[in-house]
Write a protein that binds this ligand. Structure first.
Ligand code: NAX
Ligand code: K
Length: 512
């Protein structure tokens, strides 16, 4: 699904208004009307009878006046508060403000602290709040009276419907700019905004709905959207051609495992099998080969040179021999980063052109030697902790700047990055950001990442380009987690439950 930044949204609106000649006040009418319909529905469903619209001085406030007018026309008790002086309101917002005043709708200004008392009382006496203080026009931090108003809205614990974006939330980054309204529903105008799809923005937006405000959707192409929200329609799978054999579905190699981490190797390989690979080869330290073999029948298991249950540098030639026979390779799950593992991984990467998925200990191995991946056909799959080690940034800084961090990493190292978190983000070499929509908190469990690695390498082996393998792999991994949650619940589900759910997740994907 298309996602537009606030600047791109403004540009699309400009094209609609200036080039297409669609009157801006019509767009505002459509926006306000759509929100009003939703508010009416919510009020009827929840037995609510009175609403208060809290408006800012810009066009977001203008949408709010249209909401108020429509609610009033439908016989709903509605009051309007304007944060700032009414005299300073201009343009379409002014036109709509005049209309509601002419109709006799109650409109009050909040320009000084004393006004807050009455607003607080009105909030207490009302059932629902329409938040129309700031939309895509927010610049910098919310301060002063507006900040206090936002805090009052949140303290009121009323049903809040936000217009376009919860006021105070940065539409592009999902960060809270000083204070932000906590909405139950956000009705965003025509296209999703990145800040609604990433934490903490997700928690402020509540349920996000998209309102058709009459902008021709094809205009989005003119601003070349670089953010995408990945939903099932974007990753529909094709049925297999009946006239095929296992050679058509790729041979993958997974280099994984150590004495204390046999499970990681098992899960990555089993997940590749379940994702549909024609052939999976799993290379593990020689001493754990029998254990794996007794648990995993569908893969071919190779024993690598090792020292104390950890692969040794001597295994390099064995690994290359196997790489030669493979279409795609995953390295990392459960390897440990003891001994010669780091050097070994560096040399494997340096000397192959095959598509690679690097996860877990392969990422640890790359700390301080990242230049080796530059321009290679590599997908890196770090979680925030691994990303922090790779980049030298703090986890908090990564979480607060997910898009920027992911993008600048990819720009620098020319790889595909899967940055795993509560909302996994994929950054690709063409500068795009894909935000995944599937998955749940039950997936925050050991081995979940190994399953993802197996899925992505399987898709690479089946001929998906790196970008697609990453986006599809992350989506179906999350979906498998959602399937597992249905029967096991978030507490009890395990990585094995996720991998066991891959077939069902993929089958649903076939339906589109
Ligand atoms: N332009 C159009 O044609 C349309 C605009 N729409 C609405 O218009 C919104 C964007 O409108 P605007 O661009 O007027 O912007 P906003 O209404 O989001 O906010 C702008 C106002 O807030 C003030 N402001 C910004 N940052 C501030 C801060 N940190 N502290 C205090 N005041 C601050 C500005 O001075 C301005 O008065 C969208 O979110 C959407 O709701 C759409 O609904 C309909 C079409
Ligand atoms: K708003």
């Amino acid at each position: 699904m298309i996602v537009l930044t606030s600047q791109q949204m403004r540009e699309v609106e400009r094209i609609a208004i200036e080039k297409m000649g669609i009157p801006s006040i019509c767009l505002m009418e459509n926006a306000g009307k759509e929100v009003a319909w939703e508010v009416k529905r919510v009020m009827e469903e929840n037995g609510l009878s009175s609403a208060v619209v809290i408006a800012g001085r810009g066009n977001n406030g203008g949408d709010g006046y249209v909401v108020a007018r429509n609610l009033y026309n439908w016989g709903i008790d509605v009051k309007v508060f304007v944060i700032g002086s009414i005299g300073s309101i201009s343009g379409d917002a002014r036109v709509n403000l005049e209309a509601i005043r002419n109709l006799g709708i109650y409109v009050a200004e909040v320009t000084q602290k004393e006004h807050l008392k009455f607003l607080e009382k009105t909030l207490k006496d009302s059932d629902l709040v329409v938040d129309a203080i700031y939309g895509t026009g927010l610049r910098g931090e919310v301060t002063g009276l507006a900040k206090e108003v936002i805090e009052l809205i949140n303290q009121s614990e009323k049903f809040v419907v936000a217009v376009d974006i919860p006021s105070g939330l940065n539409a592009d980054t999902g960060r809270v700019e000083g204070a932000a309204v906590k909405a139950r529903i956000t009705i965003t105008m025509h296209f999703l905004k990145p800040g609604l799809l990433i934490y903490p923005g997700i928690e402020y937006a509540g349920e996000v709905k998209i309102a058709d405000i009459g902008i021709p959707s094809r205009l989005a192409a003119e601003v070349r959207p670089s953010y995408h929200y990945v939903v099932s329609q974007d990753v529909a799978l094709k049925s297999r051609n009946p006239d095929t054999h296992k050679g058509d579905y790729g041979k993958v190699l997974i280099v994984a495992g150590s004495r204390s981490m046999t499970g990681a190797a098992f899960m990555a390989a089993k997940s590749a099998v379940k994702t549909g690979s024609g052939l999976v080869r799993l290379a593990v330290p020689l001493s754990i080969q029998p254990v794996i073999q007794s648990a995993l029948y569908e893969a071919i298991i190779y024993g690598l040179n090792e020292e104390g249950g950890v692969i040794s540098y001597k295994s390099l030639s064995q690994i290359f021999e196997l790489i030669e026979q493979s279409d795609a390779v995953a390295i990392g799950p459960g390897l440990t980063h003891e001994g010669e593992v780091s050097k070994l991984i560096e040399d494997v990467i340096r000397n192959t052109e095959k598509p690679l998925v690097l996860d877990a200990d392969a990422l640890n191995a790359l700390v301080g030697r990242l230049e080796v991946v530059k321009g290679k056909r590599v997908i890196l799959t770090p979680h925030y902790g691994e990303m922090a080690r790779l980049t030298g940034l703090k986890v908090e800084d990564i979480k607060n700047n997910i898009f920027e961090v992911a993008r600048s990493f990819v720009r620098r190292y020319e790889v595909t990055l899967v940055l795993k978190g509560a909302r996994t983000v994929i950054a690709t070499r063409d500068g795009s950001i894909y935000i995944n929509s599937t998955g749940n908190a039950g997936m925050a469990t050991g081995g979940s990442g190994d399953v993802l690695t197996g899925m992505i390498v399987s898709l690479l082996g089946q001929g998906f380009e790196e970008e697609k393998a990453a986006v599809y792999g992350v989506f179906y991994h999350g979906k498998a987690g959602d399937v597992a949650k249905k029967s096991k619940g978030e507490y009890g589900m395990t990585a094995v439950d996720i991998l066991e759910s891959i077939p069902e997740a993929l089958s649903e994907g076939l339906k589109g």
